[in-house]
Design a protein around this ligand. Sequence first.
Ligand SMILES: Cc1cc2nc3c(=O)[nH]c(=O)nc-3n(C[C@H](O)[C@H](O)[C@H](O)COP(=O)(O)OP(=O)(O)OC[C@H]3O[C@@H](n4cnc5c(N)ncnc54)[C@H](O)[C@@H]3O)c2cc1C
Length: 596
Amino acid sequence: MSASATTRDRRTGPERVRDARRNGIGPDGGHGVLRPDGVDEVDVRSLRRVLERNVRGEVHFDAGNRGAYSHDSSNYRQPPIGVVLPRDADDVVAAVAACREHGAPVTSRGCGTSLAGQTCNVAVVIDHSKHMREIVQVDPDRRIARVQPGVIRDQLSNQTEERFNLTFAPDTSTHEYATFGGMLGNNSCGTHSVMAGRTADNTLELDVVLYDGTRMHVGETSDAELEEIIAAGGRRGEIYRRLRDLRDRHAEEIRARYPDIPRRVSGYNLDELLPEHGFNVARALVGSEGTAAAVLEATVRLVPSPPARSILVCGYEDVFHAADHVPELLEHGPTGLEGLDDVLIRDMKLVGEHVEDLSMLPDGKGWLLVEFGGDTTEESDAKAEECKRVLAKAKDAPDMRLYDKPANESKLWDIRESGLGATAFIPGEDDHWEGWEDAAVPPEKLGSYLRGFRGLLERYDYRTSLYGHFGEGCVHCRIDFDLRSPGGIRKWRSFVDEAADLVLEHGGSLSGEHGDGQSRGELLEKMYGPGLVGAFREFKSIWDPDGRMNPHKVVDPYPIASNMKLGHIVPPSVRRHLPTPTQRIVACAKLPPSSE
Ligand SMILES: Cc1cc2nc3c(=O)[nH]c(=O)nc-3n(C[C@H](O)[C@H](O)[C@H](O)COP(=O)(O)OP(=O)(O)OC[C@H]3O[C@@H](n4cnc5c(N)ncnc54)[C@H](O)[C@@H]3O)c2cc1C
């Protein structure tokens, strides 16, 4: 597809998306703006009227709101048709019904902190984050909580930690903003996933609504229940029957091709349908990025949150040696194991973030933050001291410091959590972007992966810091990709292919926590092969046969280099003369005319 064709070609939908992928990158460095099938035929005026009549919450179709919701924390931008902020589950159902009546796609959204373009689409965006924020139930005895999708992770965990020493373990760096809908959508993880897993591993049951209006309560399903549900028939029975058949046909391939690592986040969770995982339909839906159903309520697992923590900080000669020591540290049972390099520290000094706290780090150019938990500080200290004693015996023992005061510990976590913010826009340097930033490999192969990755970065002359959830082999980096010029976009796209090959050679996953969205959807075939990608397509069509739920994310994805926030929206003449922040404002404000 040529660049000019991208602006003149009036075809929409899967055919055009497939063409764009088949034909590689166009002469202007990308594929221009792609839209879901049939969106130009949606009667927007009527859709808005019906939404305003039937939804009790807010309905916004004005340019300001469409501009605000046209992007998330990724490199992508697509102005939505309109935005709905539902009051409750019935409102979501009413909004979906209005969209169905008009053939309009639907994209669910929480706080929009996604980094892979999951929440940008030409669709009606349903934002659950404003009104659907009720913690419905906390049962400390059963260690469960029921939440509406707009509840923020910390809103729940602050309460349960204080009252019951229980927590929802996955704590993204965005734990103060990330909603449960969004965490369930992306299968999010965090520092304390090393203690209790990804969001999928902590999900028990979901209430969902499908595009066709079916409401379902899903969770683990025994063989007897499965037979019963299928025998009862109806849409629910049909879905369970087709899921079982899909699983039976692909079981061996799923077992063979899903990497057995802690941070496999890419692809749909078809492994959760295997008999050994209890045909868990709720967990199979986690990570589906709003492409299958909208979550109306979730029942999640709470785990004990050690009231006392001690952090052992280990300084190594570089980040690669730090990574080499991860398996040995895991043997000591840490509740958190994070890594960071000297480039991140340098960047923090340049942007002036947490500078006064950086002296807390021991000598070195690569660090591991190893957290131990206990009922008392004596207990957590004892675990950390024992670890320190063992490490000190080695010839290449790291320089170590132990912290056990909450105030110091939160300073250390602030240093680690500010990784993305500190490394994105560094004065005097090119901006750094997402585009390859959360791959995961088996922890025992982390050192080898990082060395290979550093070699690849050097070959492409890219700059980045390396940090992340090292205990689970997940590495973050913000890279100074040139996402504005055609040559820069071509170079980035070629790098992404090579980086994906490197991760897969190490038995890893393209995404270790941020999800696939548009950034990685196109690469899934490399990871899973055509058979399983076909199974993903079938999984989506079982839930969403009309293909209207967040189209072209994960399955039949928009090409990685289309719908770019920077590369295609701002005309070259403007791009040359305006400073970067203005470019972004221009990019947000210049909406194509609404067809209303
Ligand atoms: C600085 C920074 C640091 C980050 N650090 C981490 C990290 O440490 N770990 C990590 O895992 N992620 C991280 N992320 C990514 C992001 O914060 C998480 O994925 C987060 O859980 C998304 O929550 P959200 O409310 O913003 O969801 P959104 O971005 O709004 O949505 C996420 C996905 O969920 C879907 N969705 C939302 N609500 C629903 C619903 N009700 N029903 C069905 N689908 C729904 C959306 O369609 C979308 O596909 C980071 C992002 C940033 C910007």
